[in-house]
Write a protein of this length. Structure first.
Length: 584
């Protein structure tokens, strides 16, 4: 049986560097303030001590020069060195009057004639008197028989100017130290006041940092920054942070991709970073257009933007790419239209089968053969008419599909006599988007109008592709002819899935991306006429001349896909009750 585990001793809390930003900053600023105060005090005390030494030496020299008068020289020459002599008496008088530590008068041999200790009179001085006896003045801090002192030495001259001795005056160095020590309390008072002001400033700054950092530790802030960077560059939504002046403060990788910007855009003004002609995109990001889930088009991308203001006056904008979703939505709308058309054709096909069955039962075989030949030939003729004028397979397939949708909606879709487009497009998918959007809008406008029709013209002029789409709808008022190309603007009700107001905006962006233009005006026969010019849309140079419109009638490609039945009959056939016998 294993012994029971012993309890580990409790770990004592270790005193170390605090983790909170407030405490760290406060301690650092207090240490800096204390260091600065101590350094300033030391830098002030050092020259103060030297200044006091210099003042003491100059004062000693001044006393020595005053003592070394011709009268003192006469007394030295007219007497002998004695404690009660006139020279000693004069020196003591001056010492007491000036507060000097000593006044020593010597002859040329260096023998003292005066001293504070009478027993030393008549003896040679302990320091070298050569300099003053040579006529030079001396100032120094030195140690002698009376200890450390500030000294001044001057030559003693008689009335004729001859040097007969020297005078040495000392001022006790303790008085200099006392003056220095006396100055320290006042200096420390100023230093303490400065330290108190610095501590108060450090406290206020630390409190402000505490509020701004939410009292987090530096390690927590560093971890949050690392997590933020990973999150911003890892999410699949674009994030743009702006400051109060509209300058880009942060831009993640997805935002760079969606907006077509580089990393250098951070730090620049938003309008400058997006470049000229940013239009609605710049307005949405800058907050000049308000709302939720705002749509904008940047290049060929459809973006959904949401803007959240921040406390400092800036904002954070999130961007979602809805290009693929919008494309799928449009494809779904087209598929629904095709399904409706196929449903109508299903009714028509049932009628054809009933007719064919009746002809066979009546043994009218020749008429049945002619009936089938006509039905099959109509579809082949329609496709051939489109492909003769539009050589690109994507555009031709689009127009054949749109013709079926138009016939279902009771609209006549025609190709003008001038239509002729070769199969050498640079960007056929882009042109398919342009044609599809314009035709869809034209069908919506023309549906329900008298003599509903849509005319499409596609032709090449050199390397330029020209597209015109006219409809019999109500037209576009002059004051709205520029507004209809704005993202999100539409006169239609918002559908259950997706957004309105993107088709014409995409058309303009695609045209401008190729250096072209889009314009709208009133058609000659009423309605709207959209014109798109795409320079450099064809790969090879050369002008394709359109055939003369006189001998070639307009190609109506809507009535024939539904056999010889006009659009109105197709609609009636769709709404008719099932035929007898359970046929649809």
């Amino acid at each position: 049986m294993s012994p029971a585990p012993t309890a580990s001793p409790a770990r004592r809390p270790r005193l170390g560097w605090p983790r909170r930003v407030f405490s760290r900053v406060l301690l650092m600023e207090l240490a800096i303030a204390a260091g600065v105060v101590l350094l300033a005090t030391g830098m002030f005390l050092a020259p103060l001590s030297a200044q006091l030494d210099d003042q003491a030496m100059r004062r000693a020299l001044a006393i020595a020069q005053t003592t070394a008068s011709p009268e003192t020289a006469d007394k030295l020459l007219g007497s002998r060195p004695h404690p009660d002599g006139p020279v000693q008496a004069e020196a003591e008088r001056i010492r007491k009057a000036t507060g000097a530590e000593y006044v020593v008068i010597m002859d040329r041999r260096g023998v003292r004639w005066s001293h504070t200790t009478p027993g030393r009179i008549g003896r040679v001085v302990s320091t070298d008197p050569g300099a003053p006896l040579a006529g030079r003045h001396v100032m120094e801090i030195d140690s002698g028989t009376l200890g450390r002192s500030a000294r001044g030495k001057a030559p003693l001259r008689d009335k004729s100017g001859s040097i007969v001795g020297a005078v040495s005056v000392g001022i006790e160095y303790g008085s200099v130290r006392d003056r220095l020590l006396a100055a320290i309390p006042g200096l420390l008072a100023y230093a303490g006041g400065a330290l108190a002001v610095g501590a108060l400033a450090a406290f206020l700054i630390s409190r402000r940092l505490q509020r701004q950092t939410h009292d987090l530790a530096f390690s927590d802030i560093s971890a949050l920054l690392a997590e933020r960077e990973a999150m911003l560059h890892g999410i699949r939504e674009g994030v743009v942070a702006l400051d109060a002046s509209g300058r880009v403060r942060l831009l993640n990788d997805e935002a760079q991709r969606l907006l077509g910007l580089d990393a250098d855009a951070a730090g620049r003004v938003l309008d400058e970073a997006l470049g000229g002609g940013a239009g609605r995109t710049a307005d949405v990001l800058a907050g000049r257009v308000v709302g939720e889930d705002l749509l904008t088009v940047r290049g060929s991308r459809v973006l959904v933007a949401n803007r959240m203001p921040t406390d400092d006056g800036g904002a954070v904008v999130t961007l979602r790419d809805r290009t693929e979703l919008e494309r799928l939505g449009r494809e779904l709308d087209s598929t629904r239209g095709l399904i409706d058309a196929l449903r109508a054709q299903d009714h028509e096909h049932a009628n054809r089968l009933h007719t064919l069955l009746g002809l066979l039962e009546l043994r009218m075989h020749d008429e049945a053969v002619r009936f089938l030949t006509e039905a099959v030939g109509v579809h082949r003729t329609t496709a051939e008419q489109v492909t003769e004028k539009v050589h690109d397979p994507l555009l031709a397939a689009l127009l054949v599909g749109k013709a079926t949708v138009a016939a279902e909606r009771g609209v006549s879709l025609r190709l003008t006599p001038g239509t002729l487009l070769p199969d050498r497009l640079v960007d056929p998918r882009g042109l398919v988007t342009v044609v599809g959007n314009l035709v869809d809008n034209a069908l919506d406008a023309a549906a329900g109008s008298a003599g509903a029709r849509v005319e499409v013209e596609l032709r090449a002029e050199g390397r330029t592709a020209v597209l015109r789409v006219a409809d019999s709808g109500p037209g576009v008022p002059p004051d709205r002819r520029e507004l209809i190309f704005t993202e999100g603007w539409s006169t239609k009700d918002r559908p259950a899935l997706g957004e309105r107001g993107l088709g014409l905006a995409l058309v303009r962006r695609l045209a401008e991306r190729q250096g072209g233009s889009v314009a709208v005006r009133e058609a000659d026969e009423g309605g709207a006429l959209f014109s798109v010019v795409l320079p450099e849309a064809l790969t090879a140079p050369g002008t394709v001349e359109a055939p003369s419109p006189a001998p070639t009638p307009p190609c109506d490609i809507t009535a024939r896909p539904l056999l010889s039945t006009p659009p109105s009959r197709a609609l009636r056939a769709r709404e008719a009750p099932p035929a007898p016998g359970g046929a649809p």
